[in-house]
Design a protein around this ligand. Structure first.
Ligand code: SAM
Ligand code: SF4
Length: 450
């Protein structure tokens, strides 16, 4: 299984492994050892398709070498490039056996059986009427997924931002029923998960059928999940500012398990560009929202996504983005150069920004974000914070963990603490992590001390 892209692809790769396990498939060390290779792809930015074909070229050589040794290798392309390109993949790479879109993973065993019969390539990229989640098995045990786990609760998107392929590759927005989500969360906790990150392309638009017959929003779901004994931490990603309702903000004030760190993409600080992007909120709406969240939970920290060089973006628009970043102060953020995606409205818009201009803006924005991130991390030094121990560190006697703000933390301690939330004192900074010492070895209740 080769996984590219977002956390949802990581989750999907796990689900594909689970669905194939009863057929006898398990993880392979390398493609050369694999009877089947699944390339789980991402289509969010340019050259995604080229990257897939160059990887397929490498896999073809492995497939041919194995064939000369009398071994069959099934090559499958999954994910959003598979959805977007469909049969074009097998036209250009006829040695590919299976092309499957994200909504068809539950049918993978049947596709593998068809591929074994060698009746030509199997291509499944429709959006079936049945919900794949009704057919996917419960998560199989896996060491990597033990302490922290992903759980997809919502998929697809109806927002149609001007630049984005997601509504086309993942389809219309759909939420899983609350009971199914709660059952999967309980299962993950029974397998050792202490932190669950709820996933969705637009996760806070969640509106699943609730146990009481009504539609539940994300806030209601979070309260129900917080009642699961042993589930210490809940996160969710990715959220849209428009769907951040008052109930969800209140849940952040009420639920200690809901981590005080939120990824809330804003994309731009210019109202003109936000309108062109079809984001349906202004920069001041975003500022007010952050203010409300900080009032509800004063130790809340934020992350975001930014696009520089959307068609029509002027130097003044970009300056408005810089100003928004200065006003908010992010703990971290991701930023990208606008990349035209075929079929999206922005790709045909006038006012394309020249590449060197985009490069300059991106460098300027990233320098500001980096400085804010360093500053945020530096302010953690000397504080006592609760850390979820995720396992052994690289050096003898060292253990790793996660802060409430998703910072990696290294400290000396017994590996037997894995899965426990322990109080630590942050001692110093490394490039992308914190060093800390255990305050005492007994687990603690999560608290907002940072
Ligand atoms: N649903 C999320 C939201 O509403 O912001 C994000 C979805 S997308 C998988 C993750 C990020 O990729 C976006 O927030 C955006 O910043 C970036 N992105 C999406 N399309 C892009 C494009 N055409 N060019 C550059 N960046 C893009
Ligand atoms: Fe893409 Fe997010 Fe906009 Fe949906 S809300 S179209 S996933 S950027």
């Amino acid at each position: 299984m080769i996984t590219w892209g977002c956390q949802m692809n990581v989750y999907d790769s796990g689900k594909m492994s689970d669905v194939l396990a009863p057929l006898g498939y398990g993880p392979a060390e390398s493609p050369a050892d694999a009877d089947m290779v699944i390339l789980n792809t991402c289509h969010i930015r340019e050259r995604a398709t080229d990257k897939v074909f160059s990887e397929l070229g490498r896999l073809r050589v492995i497939k041919e070498t194995r064939a000369a040794e009398g071994k069959q290798t099934i090559l499958a392309v999954a994910g959003c490039v598979a959805q977007a390109e469909g049969a074009f993949i097998t036209e250009r790479a006829p040695y590919v056996d299976i092309v499957l879109g994200p909504q068809t993973y539950h049918r993978l065993p049947e596709m593998v059986a068809r591929a074994h019969r060698a009746a030509g390539p199997v291509i499944e990229t429709d959006f079936p009427v049945e919900q794949k989640f009704d057919f996917l098995p419960e998560t199989a045990p896996s060491a990597e997924r033990a302490v922290t786990a992903f759980l997809t609760i919502q998929e697809g998107c109806d927002k149609f931002c001007s630049f984005c392929v997601v509504p086309y590759t993942r389809g219309a927005e759909a939420s899983r029923p609350a009971a199914a989500v709660i059952a999967e969360a309980k299962h993950l906790v029974a397998r050792g998960a202490r932190e669950i990150t709820l996933l969705g392309q637009n996760v806070n638009a969640y509106h699943g059928a609730g146990a009481d017959g009504r539609d539940w929003g994300l806030a209601r779901l979070a309260y129900a999940l917080a009642d699961i004994p042993g589930l210490d931490r809940i996160r969710y990603t990715t959220s849209h500012p428009r769907d951040m309702d008052d109930d969800l903000i209140a849940a952040h004030a009420d639920l200690p398990a809901l981590m005080p760190f939120l990824h809330l993409p804003v994309q731009s600080g210019s109202d003109r560009i936000l309108a062109a992007m079809n984001r349906r909120h202004t920069a001041d709406d975003y500022r007010r929202l952050i203010e409300k969240l900080r009032t509800a939970r004063p130790d809340m920290a934020f992350s975001s996504d930014f696009i520089v060089g959307h068609p029509g973006e002027t130097a003044a628009d970009f300056e408005a983005t810089m100003q928004l970043v200065r006003d908010i102060g992010f703990a971290q953020a991701y930023s990208f150069k606008y990349s035209p995606r075929p079929g999206t409205p922005a790709a045909g818009s006038p006012g394309m920004v020249a590449e060197p201009e985009k490069d300059g803006r991106l460098a300027e924005l990233q320098a500001l974000i980096r400085a804010q991130q360093d500053d945020f991390n530096a302010r953690t030094v000397g504080l006592e914070i609760p850390v979820l121990v995720t396992g052994a560190g690289r050096h003898a006697g060292q253990i790793n963990g996660r802060s409430p703000y998703l910072q990696a933390v290294h400290m000396d301690g017994p590996v037997s603490l894995t899965g426990q939330v322990v109080p630590v004192k942050v001692q110093g900074l490394m490039t992308n992590s914190l060093t800390a010492t255990l305050i005492n070895a007994s687990p603690t209740q999560e608290r907002a001390s940072a």
